[in-house]
Design a protein around this ligand. Structure first.
Ligand code: NAD
Length: 361
């Protein structure tokens, strides 16, 4: 059934395709950028160099300082460097960490971002920034941090290790899953979410079979674009709150945590989200419901399925459940401490996801 909705599209310019990196200068022309600072994570300097070469004289520096969750001192240094070299924009090369650093500079100096994503995090499609100070991550929305142009070149994802590709793919799927039952979901978002999940769920097995499969790489990057657009347009619920708490408080790795938690959070919400469940069943066919299907898919693709293997102690379960239930936010099904603790215990131990996790807590 189509419910009432308000749809407001975010600005979006996307150039997609193998070898599209060579058209990066045209993207800079669109915005009128002449002096850009290239940002990447340590270890990604080779890819950043490819980008710098594609830009020729318009690249005024490469900064390989991006790390997860954007520590404020790293953001401060990068902002100072952007001002020092007289940059009029930034090109981010990499995943959510590189894009996050570009967003921090955009927030401070208003410099436009052109993103060249090489993971499936989806940050390039959102106006959401994050900054971590003294171990606390602050996030916010600001139109200035939304990249003005995004160049998706699947060739640049060929080097993404297979295990990281799988967990990053699940991270993307999580955005689409929660968009399907978001309070601000719209029919267009739901179409993008279904297609994003379909594209990723069909591409990831191809990547596991052969990490250099160009069609599978293109399919996964295409899916991550759609899932990222869903993240940028809607309000996330329990699953993202859980992962935020696990990452922020226990420093668990971002994409892997999303992979382990998603089937459990989805199973819990399924009884309250019949339309989303129907939509997901269409694109994740197979035994059991979509939550079960995702849990099996993670196992089939060799992804982690326990929070224990990511470094969480059983004794942390109550602490995280307290943190998640002490804040108020929307979720399609009311949450209780007992249910969240049960969900976390099942995810910690790698049990099959349950619609009634509190019964075991
Ligand atoms: P990441 O950017 O840290 O990348 C993970 C690792 O993969 C890094 O070591 C990086 O160097 C490496 N890598 C990236 N691309 C590669 C490639 N093609 N080949 C080989 N190695 C490659 O991690 P991520 O999962 O992309 O992003 C996570 C971060 O993004 C978190 O801080 C998260 O909070 C943030 N995030 C923000 C938003 C948002 O809307 N603001 C959305 C999603 C994620």
């Amino acid at each position: 059934m189509i419910h009432s909705f308000v749809h407001e599209a975010l600005p979006m310019r996307v150039r997609f395709g193998a070898k599209s990196l060579s058209a990066l200068p045209e993207e800079l022309d669109q915005i009128g950028l002449a002096r850009v600072l290239v940002l990447c994570s340590p270890g990604q300097e080779d890819t950043a160099e490819l980008v710098a070469n594609a830009l020729g004289g318009r690249c005024v520096g490469v900064l390989a300082d991006a790390v997860m969750h954007v520590p404020s001192e790293v953001a401060e240094n990068a902002s100072t460097e952007a001002a020092r070299v007289g940059a009029d924009g930034c090109v981010t090369v990499g995943g959510g960490s590189a894009i996050g650093l570009g967003k921090a500079i955009a927030l401070k100096h208003g410099l436009p971002i052109v993103a060249v994503p090489t993971t499936y995090s989806g940050s390039e499609m959102t106006p959401v920034w994050g900054l971590t100070t003294d171990g606390r991550k602050e996030t916010g929305r600001d139109a200035r941090v939304l990249p003005r142009s995004v160049v998706y070149d699947p060739d640049l994802t060929l080097s993404l290790p297979v295990s990281m590709s799988v967990t990053s793919g699940f991270n993307a799927i999580a955005h689409a899953v929660e968009a399907l039952y978001a309070p601000d979901a719209t029919p267009i978002i739901s179409l993008m979410a279904q297609e994003g999940v379909r594209a990723l769920a069909s591409a990831l097995p191809g990547i596991v079979a052969d990490g250099s499969d160009a069609a599978a790489r293109a399919g996964a990057l295409y899916g991550s674009w759609l899932c990222g657009a869903c993240l940028g347009a809607t309000t996330m619920s329990l699953h993202h709150k859980l992962c935020h708490a696990l990452g922020g408080t226990l420093n668990l790795p971002h994409a892997q945590t999303h992979t382990v938690v998603l089937p459990h959070a989805l199973a819990f919400n399924q009884p309250a989200t019949p339309d989303a469940t129907t939509a997901l069943t269409r694109v994740l066919p197979g035994e059991g419901g979509p939550a079960d299907r995702l849990w099996h898919l993670a196992g089939e693709l060799g992804a982690p399925r326990t929070l224990a293997e990511l470094g969480m102690q059983e004794s942390d379960i109550d602490r995280i459940a307290d943190e998640v239930t002490s804040r108020s936010y929307g979720n399609p099904r009311p949450i209780t401490h007992n249910a969240v603790a049960g969900l976390l215990r099942a995810a910690w131990a790698g049990e099959r996801p349950s619609t009634e996790p509190g019964d075991k807590a």
